[in-house]
Ligand binder design. Structure first.
Ligand code: SAH
Length: 399
């Protein structure tokens, strides 16, 4: 196994058990034993400058994150290792009793489940696998076999089409990995509501599973309210608001396809399609148009796409978040509820709170945060990996 030797002092984050090593922290790769250096995804030893063993990691030759830790111990990184990690992740979901409320949930959440780069979601009886890094790619076939053995299921569909794969020098891969899907879309049940999920083409692995508990919260808060659901995608929040007794819902998304599925979801759950005004428009423009028309709402949901995937884009993203939150505060009636999210890795909860606060200030509005929201429990955050907490949200009340 090749050794990756760090620069003096650069072992600190590893000693705190953070799983990433950036290229700038590496002093040299010990290529004595291997003429060409380690291959993409191969397991390497991480050593301090003094030569102390720190961890075993997957090597990513093209990525700024040059290595991701599999283990801080000296256990072999082999089939049994992956079996132990996968079993632990499955057991964690049993502890959460997640299947009581849904048949679609995240089984493996990458770094936070000790498996960097690997996402596995379960939709009824189909597993959807997303391999994001050189390391998860290297072990993909082994992992697929273990997943079938440990879950007793027969189908794994691969959705390795996220942009971040490019940084790892990997091409997108979409298609069956084990077995085949015999019904598409697949209908899932989440907190007693039904949603059709297109595993082949839906966002992420098909559905925003991370918003499950927040959709339920919106259902609980929507009664009697005129709701505006911005970035509604296939209507997750819209359907929940309707079922929760909303008086009306305006649902906005730029994708006609997503809105069509939204209509289908309203019907599927016994709602009146007519009680929803569907707008295929740009949210930034719609909010301005509604402001100019003097329209107002008692509840607004803002669930935009990632404006800042990394910290480098945080400033531009902040302007985007501030803009929509400012306009939303203006459109809210007094006593109205703003449910606002950011899923940007580059914007942490503290920064997001500052952005929302300055939006309220500039809107000339007083508001309070009454609840902090986050990703659902099947998307855990390892304590040593704060980057895992990517989804943050607030329920605000306009005074
Ligand atoms: N709230 C959804 C998930 C939202 S995902 C749920 O719970 O399922 C983000 C959505 O924003 C996508 O559907 C995308 O089509 C839409 N989108 C992105 N930029 C937009 C814009 N400027 N205006 C309107 N919709 C936009």
């Amino acid at each position: 196994m090749a050794d990756l030797v760090l620069k003096p002092g650069r072992e600190k984050s590893l000693l705190r058990r953070h799983p990433w090593i950036f290229s700038g922290a590496i002093h040299h790769v010990d290529a004595l034993r291997q003429a060409q250096g380690p291959a993409s995804g191969e397991t390497v030893n991480l050593l301090s400058f003094k030569g102390d063993f720190l961890a075993q990691a997957a090597y990513s030759p093209t990525s700024q994150i040059r290595a991701r830790v599999w283990t801080f111990g000296n256990e072999a990184v082999d089939t049994d290792f992956f079996r132990r990690r996968i079993r632990a992740a499955i057991k964690q979901r049993l502890t959460l009793n997640i299947q009581r409320s849904t048949n679609a949930f995240r089984l493996i959440h990458a770094e936070s489940d000790g498996l960097p780069g690997l996402i596995v979601d379960r939709y009824v009886d189909v597993l959807v696998l997303q391999s994001l890094t050189a390391g998860s790619e290297f072990w993909k076939e082994t992992i697929a076999d273990i997943l079938l053995e440990e879950t007793g299921l027969g189908t794994i569909y691969e959705r390795s089409d996220a942009d971040v794969r490019e940084l790892e020098g990997l091409q997108p891969v979409i298609g069956p990995l084990r077995g085949s899907i015999n019904h598409s879309p697949l209908t899932i049940t989440e907190n007693k509501l039904k949603f059709n999920v297109n595993l082949e083409a839906g966002h992420k692995t098909g559905f925003y599973l991370d918003q499950r508990q927040n959709r339920l919260r919106v259902r609980e808060l929507a009664k009697g309210r005129d709701v505006l659901d911005c970035f509604c995608y296939t209507g997750g929040f819209t359907v929940n608001a309707l079922v929760g007794g909303a008086r009306s819902v305006v649902a906005v998304d730029s994708s006609a396809e997503a809105l069509a599925l939204g209509r289908e979801h309203v019907r599927l759950n016994g709602g009146q399609v007519e009680s929803v005004e569907w707008c295929e428009e740009d949210v930034f423009q719609v909010l301005r148009k509604f402001r100019d028309e003097g329209r107002s709402f008692d509840m607004i949901v803002l669930d935009p796409p990632k404006f800042a995937p990394t910290a480098a884009q945080a400033e531009k993203a902040s302007r985007g978040y501030k803009d929509i939150n400012l306009l939303a505060f203006k459109l809210l009636r007094p006593g109205g509820i703003l449910v606002t999210f950011s899923c940007s890795g580059g914007v942490d909860a503290t920064l997001f709170q500052k952005i929302v606060a300055s939006a309220a200030l500039d809107a000339g509005v007083e508001a309070q945060i009454v609840e902090h929201l986050s990703q659902a429990a099947d998307h855990p955050v390892a304590l040593n990996f704060p980057e895992g907490a990517y989804l943050k949200g607030f329920v605000c009340i306009k005074l």
